[in-house]
Design a binder for this molecule. Structure first.
Ligand code: UD1
Length: 420
């Protein structure tokens, strides 16, 4: 297993191209199950999660080729409708094969994903939506077994205690493409990744309206065809580079971004004093002098994304004054606090709030990554810290960042890999 060793204090400067979005890609790969015709997906990031989804599609009978940044999915004579525990337990997003499998084959058996380090992460909203489409659900031996003689369109309220759900919206949207009549999803997730999925489904022939708003309408059909699609840029990877520029007092130009996807993040960074310059499909982030403290609350899109919370905490930990982060999507997503404190940060947790008293300087330490975004936050902290930081368990990082260390090195960071 590798760890990343960082010598902090280098000012990052230069240009970097942002990869395709992991969270847009995974449900779109699952959507290829809705057709027997070939589908091509372009701009695919090389991630561990991409490889896991390829394994899942293969286990369900698809032939998948992944060359350069292109994925080609074709059908074979073999079809399986069982998504195995071994694969689903390694990546929660694999649960979104449930919607397309049910739609296409009217039955499937998908392992329940279980909890993870950032919280309980139930799937009740997915099941509520599926049931409303006239499916029968049985939970047996850790699997959800669903079947329906005929899927029927319905009006489904999909909001939960923590707001809308991205993957439940994806699952129901995909299941409803073959449900008789019209399905309306109220309190649907509005994330750009849902819009990208809707656009892919529409290319396959689906009739969907209202995507990107809390009310999505899907008119059920009997058949979808193959399609070709380019994945949107990864707004979380881009946001991570924005913090890298600021935390190292540098300047980074991000290429291949959709700046419309960054509302709350750009607004907050601007409020804290960052220099932000947009041009066509690029954004430049520049450290323009000491930043001001700020408060953020994570919320479903277009609010501040929970997937940027840990990285923002690293920045706030060396921003003068007191900043408060309120985590409203995953109230327990704070595993990184203890590690940042080991690097000299002053962060106190009170329930869903983190109170961050900015320190002048972090100091390098041996730290351990607990999840994907926490890994990124520790690397960012290491870039700013005095001395040597080693981040172990970086396999979490490889789940969702396409060559992050190589890209940071190109921007001037002093990072190398070592065996743990
Ligand atoms: C997706 C993203 C993940 C991101 C999260 C929130 C993918 C592959 N992953 O995960 O990176 O952190 O959105 O932006 O796109 N909930 C329920 N019941 C459910 C489903 C969810 O209570 O049935 C809760 C969750 O526990 C959480 C909140 O709803 O508190 C939002 O979760 P959700 O949007 O479903 O996250 P994912 O789609 O799993």
């Amino acid at each position: 297993m590798d760890k990343l060793v960082i010598k902090g204090g280098k000012r990052l400067k230069g240009e970097v191209a942002v990869s395709g979005s992991k969270n847009a890609l995974l449900p779109i790969m699952a959507a290829t199950l809705l057709t027997d015709e070939p589908c091509r997906i372009k701009g695919v990031p090389k991630l561990r999660d991409t490889m896991t989804m390829i394994k899942i599609l293969r286990s369900l009978g698809k032939a998948v080729e992944f060359r350069d940044a292109d994925i080609l999915v074709k059908s074979t004579k073999r079809v399986s409708t069982v998504a195995d525990y071994k694969l689903v337990s390694t990546m929660r997003a694999s649960f979104c094969v449930l919607g397309p499998l049910l739609a296409k084959y009217k039955k499937c058996k998908v392992s329940l994903p279980g909890g993870c380090v950032i919280g309980l992460r139930p799937v009740d909203l997915h099941l509520k939506g599926i049931k409303a489409l006239n499916a029968r659900i049985d939970i047996e031996g850790g699997y959800v077994k669903v079947s329906a003689a005929r899927l029927l369109g319905n009006h489904i309220y999909l909001g939960g205690s923590f707001g809308s759900s991205v993957l439940a919206t994806a699952n129901i949207m995909m299941a409803a493409t073959f449900a008789q009549g019209v399905t309306e999803i109220e309190s649907a997730a509005c994330e750009p990744e849902i819009v990208d999925l809707a656009r892919f489904l529409i290319k396959m022939g689906a009739k969907i309206k209202g995507y990107g708003t809390p009310l999505i309408q899907i008119k059920g059909l009997k058949h979808l065809h193959g399609a070709e699609h380019s994945i949107i840029p990864d707004r979380i990877e881009a946001g991570t580079f924005m913090i890298a520029a600021l935390i190292t007092r540098g300047e980074i130009k991000l290429k291949n971004v959709s700046w419309q996807h960054f509302g709350a993040v750009l607004d907050k960074l601007k409020e804290m004093g960052a220099g932000i310059y947009k041009k066509d499909k690029a954004i430049t982030i520049k450290f323009n002098g000491p930043l001001k403290s700020g408060n953020i609350t994570t919320l479903p899109y277009p609010g501040f994304p929970t997937d940027m919370q840990a990285q923002m905490m690293s920045l706030m930990s060396i921003t003068q004054g007191v900043s408060i982060i309120t985590e409203k999507v995953y109230p327990d997503r704070f595993m990184h606090i203890a590690e940042l404190n080991r690097m000299g940060a002053h962060i106190q947790r009170q329930g869903p709030h983190a109170i961050i008293s900015g320190v002048r300087q972090l100091s390098g330490a041996d730290v351990m990554a607990s999840d994907l975004r926490a890994s990124a936050s520790l690397i960012l902290a290491g870039l700013a810290a005095e001395g040597r930081t080693s981040v172990s368990r970086i396999y979490h990082l490889e789940r969702g960042y396409d060559k992050l260390d190589e890209k940071l090195i190109m921007l001037g960071a002093d990072i190398h890999r070592e065996k743990e």
